[in-house]
Design a protein around this ligand. Structure first.
Ligand code: NAD
Length: 453
């Protein structure tokens, strides 16, 4: 396997030359990212259509606009983010300059996953560049057309000395992880996250781990189930359920389950027609391994909606299963596909117990008009994000940090949070040489009179 040592050594020299630290370099690269997206929109759509059967509309909303807006936000706020931040001072430091200076960490490694293959590379890169870092980007081999696009077009737009795309899968990533980086951002599953963290520990490299898990939805009584079903179905079935923050399972009181199912059916038919397979708005499972994994999860179940599949196209219909037990196979792992189990619960307190008995989720969704129920769930549970009365869309608000907690991840990004994640907050104290007599208190010999104790 090729060694990436020389490439990283060269990149580190460029970093140490200070090239990436100037505001001009950063804003030029960020502007180039906007151009890269705008001038190649059709190529991006074609790549994602080939990899995941993503409709152009979905690509615009969840990939291109998101990245473009994040880059524009970084351009607009760059000088403000780069400015040293004054801090409060106690009497002893009144004459001095005390501030926090954000400084770039150095050479960063960004390892992306396949489900949103543009976003998961570009969003971290935008913040890494804004913060003044060099970047090595490793897109997922599971979405090869998009990876090839990034490999071909990033060098055409961005500074090749400071930003490089490495193609490949496990062997290439393993070889990269043998090298020393100053920060690693990894998106993917928690098994591989442990490999990444172990490799990083050799150099005490900080890591940001963007992982997944089972994101629950609690649906309360006395709520407009038509609206709920549309918002849950959209978040669940977008990209054929292959979204890290997709609602994984629903919990609701038994008496509303029946009506919820009919509302979900209406929403699904409305979004994708009754013949989902022929809808160009509905995605496909990324590969046959994941298709087989999802088929196994469906074994022995009796879907009340969907359940159909076609291996040749890696198509699985939007599927809903009712009266699922917590011990069922489908409740043991992240589904990451278009299957929605419904677990009935007595009330929101039982939902809280279930949530707290499991790994901390990446997102937690609550549909309720009852403030007490909403606040109770928010206060008594822990999750990467908490969203009331919608699903998934919090990822589109770049002022909110996006990341997990516990098994769903470590660290967060998006917007200024990415800039912060790729920066070191350097404590700066610049003292004057005056006032030496006031300083004399700290010098030995220590006497009771001096210390006043
Ligand atoms: P994947 O298979 O694309 O793997 C992710 C990256 O890890 C790839 O670049 C791959 O080359 C690399 N990799 C895989 N195995 C490796 C190994 N043994 N050693 C070193 N590198 C290796 O993606 P995936 O893991 O199938 O992604 C799906 C998971 O990611 C889900 O759990 C999902 O919830 C999560 N996810 C999280 C986010 C988030 O932002 N939190 C976003 C997308 C996906």
């Amino acid at each position: 396997m090729e060694s990436y040592g020389q490439m990283i050594t060269d990149m580190r020299s460029v970093f140490l030359s200070g090239k990436t630290k100037s505001e001009k370099w950063r804003s030029t690269q960020l502007r180039a990212i906007v151009n890269l997206i705008e001038e190649n929109a059709q190529k991006i759509c074609d790549a994602l259509q080939a990899d995941l059967h993503k409709h152009k509309g979905e690509v615009i909303i969840t990939e291109m606009e998101l990245c473009k807006n994040d880059a524009i936000n970084a351009i607009n706020h760059l000088s403000e983010w780069m400015k040293p931040e004054k801090v409060a001072k106690s009497m002893m430091f009144m004459m001095d300059n005390a501030c926090i200076q954000k400084e770039p960490l150095g050479v960063s490694l960004i390892i992306g996953a396949w489900n949103y293959p543009i976003q998961l590379i570009l969003l971290p890169m935008i913040g890494a560049i804004a913060a003044g870092n060099c970047c090595i980007l490793k897109p997922s081999e599971m979405s090869p057309k998009t990876a090839e696009f990034l490999h071909e077009y990033i060098p055409k737009y961005l500074d090749n000395d400071c930003i490089k795309v490495v193609l490949g899968g496990v062997p290439e990533t393993t070889a990269l992880l043998k090298e020393r980086f100053d920060i690693i951002l990894y998106t993917g599953n928690s098994m591989v996250a442990k490999i990444v963290m172990e490799a990083a520990s050799k150099f005490l490299t900080p890591v940001i781990l963007e992982l997944g898990g089972k994101s629950p939805v609690y649906i309360d009584r006395n709520i407009d189930l038509n609206v709920v079903a549309r918002r849950v179905s959209w978040g669940k079935f977008i990209n054929a359920g292959q979204t890290c923050v997709a609602p994984d399972y629903v919990m609701c009181p038994k008496e509303i389950q029946g009506e919820l199912v009919s509302c979900l059916k209406n929403a699904i038919d409305d979004f994708f027609t009754k013949d989902t397979k022929s809808s160009d708005s509905y995605g496909r499972i990324v590969n046959s391994r994941h298709f087989g994994r999802l088929q196994k999860l469906l074994e022995g179940t009796k879907p009340v909606i969907g359940g159909e599949s076609d291996e040749t196209e890696r198509f699985i219909a939007p599927t809903v299963i009712t009266d699922v037990q917590l011990s069922d196979k489908i409740m043991q792992e992240e589904i990451f596909g278009p299957i929605l189990p419904i677990v009935t619960v007595k009330d929101h307190n039982e939902a809280i117990e279930i949530i707290n008995s499991r790994e901390k989720p990446l997102a937690l969704y609550v549909f309720t008009t009852n403030k007490t129920v909403r606040e109770d769930i928010r206060q008594k549970t822990s999750s990467g994000a908490f969203l009331a009365n919608d699903t998934v869309v919090h990822g589109g608000l770049c002022s909110l940090p996006f990341g997990g907690v516990g098994n769903s991840g470590m660290g967060a990004y998006h917007g200024k949070h990415t800039f912060n994640a790729f920066s070191h907050s350097k404590a700066v104290l610049e003292k004057s040489l005056g006032m030496e007599s006031a300083m004399s208190l700290r010098y030995p010999p220590y006497t009771e009179a001096k210390l006043g104790w």
